[in-house]
Design a protein. Sequence first.
Length: 441
Amino acid sequence: MTSPVRLALLGCGTVGSDVVRLLHEQSADLAARIGAPLEIAGIAVRRVGRDRGDLPVDPALFTTDPLGLVKRDDVDIVVEVVGGIEPARGWLVEALRAGKSVVTANKALLAEDGATLHDAAAEGGADLYYEASVAGAIPLLRPLRESLHGDRINRVTGIVNGTTNFILSAMDATGAGFAEALEEATELGYAEADPTADVEGFDAAAKAAILASLAFHTRVTAADVHREGITEVTAADVASAKAMGCTIKLLCIAARGADAAGHETVSVRVHPAMIPLTHPLAGVGDAFNAVFVEAEAAGQLMFYGRGAGGAPTASAVLGDVVAVARNRLAGVHAASESAYADLLVRPMGEALTRYHISLDVTDRPGVLEAVAGVFARHEVSIATVRQGPAGGGPAGRGEDAELVIVTHVAPDAALAATVRELRGLAIVRSVTSVLRVEGGA
């Protein structure tokens, strides 16, 4: 055994505490895998005197000076599990420029300004690893970054937020509305007191940016990702999906494609969508995550597991720590990033998708012809039409009817323009639902 590899741990909340526990419980195995023992040089926290139960760590290691800890000469690796943009960005840039490897779970920072971290890593000749930033313990980023480096990835489709997947799964299983399912998720601890980042898609969008950057060798930020949440998904939407043999999931979708001039581009989006029950992601329930990768040579690959929680995330953090510690002892470091392709991120309007549209219309002759004319004007082909009484009540009562239309694949801009025109028709009482459909013919 050589001299210990010393870690600075920034943050000791749920994930940080589990990192400390795993370091203690698995110290001998970790040392054998690395070729040197791991030691904690210090732990930066907000309050030193806070009761942390039976955490197996010397209280003298705690400090409220994270930057001072990062700058210490006896620190080899900085592990950051604080989150947020600032001041975390400053701490990590300082470490990387000084040649200290960084392991982080900070998806928000990576998605907003990963370029700054990668540039600092290249400048300092240090490693930047972040497996824990997407899908918890699921080994996903390293396969994209290393195992599939000799292949061409064409599409990545994933369920990367456990809270929203639990909510949608509960709505599908029980027929509950969004508010009721969110309340259950909160009671069970799956949803935060303020669930905005999850239910509005911000969390998934950050992860989508990271996945797209790795898959397509292009710098993609959260601002490049089209984002929609699940707050508008209704019990009626879920029932309609079931009638089609589908289920609704909040998907992150990153795909290659060509623009109007034939130049290769990528599109990155997060939104709820209907997918057929035969799709590999359809059976992913509860708070689990899964990512479906489509590559030219490797074909279709599926990564599945728990995407959040202290222990799963800590597992991913320690996997990265082992990798960077080995590199440090060998005197090498991994390439900071692969962004050579530098593909243009095309707008959502150019993405190809399908729509499921529910309309309440006046029940009289000629309505279907008028509605079909709107689709034709926008060059959107209709795949199926289902007609029935408005509100799902008995036929022959009232003056309204319901039309449920599913389109063929078309540019999202054309589909959205179709919906806008439909809303303005006198015969359309209301557009009650619009959902994208993915994974079907």
